[in-house]
Design a protein around this ligand. Structure first.
Ligand SMILES: Cc1cc2nc3c(=O)[nH]c(=O)nc-3n(C[C@H](O)[C@H](O)[C@H](O)COP(=O)(O)OP(=O)(O)OC[C@H]3O[C@@H](n4cnc5c(N)ncnc54)[C@H](O)[C@@H]3O)c2cc1C
Length: 455
């Protein structure tokens, strides 16, 4: 008899945790494991703002999928663009652009999320995200380019516009991004003696009435005080009304001449989920507490892409927030449930009590709430760095990150603009591949045409 085929889609926190556990618990004869990933690394997203601000190199947060020869999973270099759950195949766009199909017996959907957007004039063309390694590298170059261009410009209005930056999203991703990049420009401007440091303006904007509400009012206020002390203007209860080449217009009527709109206003489940035509909750695939998808035998979903019931919260209808700590733990439980299914045993529900949140605001500034204890300043920064360092999966990644932190603390940043991505448009569509997916009908038509071709 042939071995059951397990296909894991997405090599992020959830997918990699699942695959590593499957490799440990299953013998090669029990199942064939495949991992579908457009990239050859697992991205440690929580440290992306530090890549953008130059504290860490991109390589230090890109953890190799091929670190050990014990890793026997077959890695397919490409992205899923559709799933046909009737035919039990995944439609794959390979990294060379070909379309192939990958059959499965058990499917684990862990494609994560993309930046959430709204129907705001100009947003699709002008917003830049902070969700992928390319976006972090692009933003770093873009911000340094604004300093270079402002420095060279003879036009006062252009100089002021280039030195004004808008970040939308007062969650932890947006707050960390604004804080870390503001520190970058603050430190870099010393290398530009012709530029007036007072011209550099950072705005953090959110429609919500408070920053990072998940931290509670006290720590939210502490973070707000840190940002304001650094000169970042925080506007709450406000969003973007429109954006064009030269201005960002806010919903309170203010027009901010600027060339940089960083958009971190939350996440939406990967568009891959929409190709299944299955039931979703605010875009995330609805799953049972054991992360099976109702009505779709052999399909599991987890992480940012799935609405996994948060049993530990003890509230009716509570769903796990989209965080790495949940994704990683869900990956392990799904692996255990797959092993149980293959061996005819019972699956178990996912339950994990949130460990809290750490928010690195760059330099010595941070706010953290580990296990409900509220910290800010140096203790919070120590907890934030220790938490991320411990959570990095491999020793080589830990060493790279620690070395980068030490080097940055001692030697600072050289603010080098690499220009590698200068030819890219930098849009969310460009870096997050949001328009690569098929519709459910196109998926079915594709698999039907393959069947017709082979029959
Ligand atoms: C700036 C930032 C800071 C954050 N800080 C924290 C933090 O401090 N603590 C915390 O707990 N969480 C944090 N998060 C959230 C956390 O990173 C996510 O919740 C977590 O990454 C979700 O894990 P996942 O495995 O579901 O998705 P991801 O880790 O995003 O992995 C998804 C994987 O799927 C791949 N993929 C996508 N589409 C396809 C496709 N069609 N086919 C194949 N593969 C695909 C992607 O390339 C990626 O490798 C942060 C996020 C950001 C952006």
């Amino acid at each position: 008899m042939s071995r059951p085929r397990i296909l894991v889609v997405g090599a992020g926190f959830a997918g990699v945790a699942c695959v590593r556990r499957l490799e440990r618990r299953l013998t090669g004869r029990e199942a064939a494991i495949s991992l579908l990933s457009p990239f050859a690394y697992q991205l440690y997203l929580p440290l992306l703002p530090q890549v953008a601000s130059g504290v860490l190199t991109p390589q230090s947060v890109a953890l190799s999928l091929r670190r050990s020869e014990k890793h026997r999973t077959r890695i397919i270099p490409g992205g899923a663009i559709g799933i046909d759950t009737d035919a039990k195949v995944c439609v794959v766009r390979t990294i060379t652009g070909e379309t192939e199909t990958e059959p499965y017996d058990h499917l684990v959907l862990a494609p994560g999320s993309v930046t959430r957007t709204f129907d705001i004039p100009g947003l699709a063309e002008h917003a830049r995200g902070m969700k992928t390694l390319a976006e972090a590298a692009y933003l770093r170059d873009h911000v340094i380019a604004q300093l270079d261009l402002a420095d060279a410009s003879q036009d006062e209005a252009e100089r002021a516009a280039r030195l004004q930056f808008v970040v939308v999203g007062g969650g932890y991703a947006g707050t960390e991004t604004a804080a870390c990049l503001q520190l970058l420009t603050h430190n870099a401007v010393r290398r530009y003696p012709r530029l007036d440091p007072n011209l550099i303006k950072w705005h953090l904007v959110d429609i919500a009435p408070a920053l990072m509400p998940e931290l509670g009012p006290k720590l939210g206020a502490a973070a707000l005080a840190i940002l304001r002390r650094r000169g970042i203007e925080v506007s709450l209860g406000v969003s973007v009304a429109s954006v064009d080449d030269e201005n960002v217009t806010l919903t309170d009527g203010r027009v901010l001449p600027c060339r940089t709109l960083i958009w971190t206003a939350g996440v939406a489940a990967s568009p891959l989920i929409g190709t299944l035509g299955a039931e979703t909750l605010r875009g995330r695939l609805l799953v049972e507490p054991d992360m099976t998808v109702p009505g779709l035998p052999g399909v599991y979903a987890l992480g940012d892409a799935a609405a996994v019931p948060d049993l530990a919260k003890g509230e009716e209808g509570a769903i796990c927030p989209p965080t790495a700590q949940h994704a990683m733990r869900q990956g392990k439980v799904i692996a255990d449930n797959l092993v149980a299914t293959l061996r005819g045993e019972r699956t178990r529900p996912y339950s994990h009590k949130d460990l809290g949140l750490v928010v690195d605001l760059g330099g010595l500034d941070a706010v953290s709430k580990p296990l409900g204890v509220e910290l800010h300043g140096m203790p919070a920064q120590a907890v934030a760095r220790a938490y991320h360092w411990a959570a990095l999966r491999t020793n080589v990644a830990k060493t790279r990150v620690m070395t980068n932190w030490l080097l940055n603390a001692v030697a600072g940043d050289d603010f080098v603009r690499t220009g590698f991505l200068a030819s890219k448009s930098g849009t969310l569509r460009d870096f997050e591949y949001t328009d690569a997916y098929l519709t459910p009908d196109q998926v079915r038509a594709h698999t039907a045409s393959l069947r017709a071709g082979t029959s």
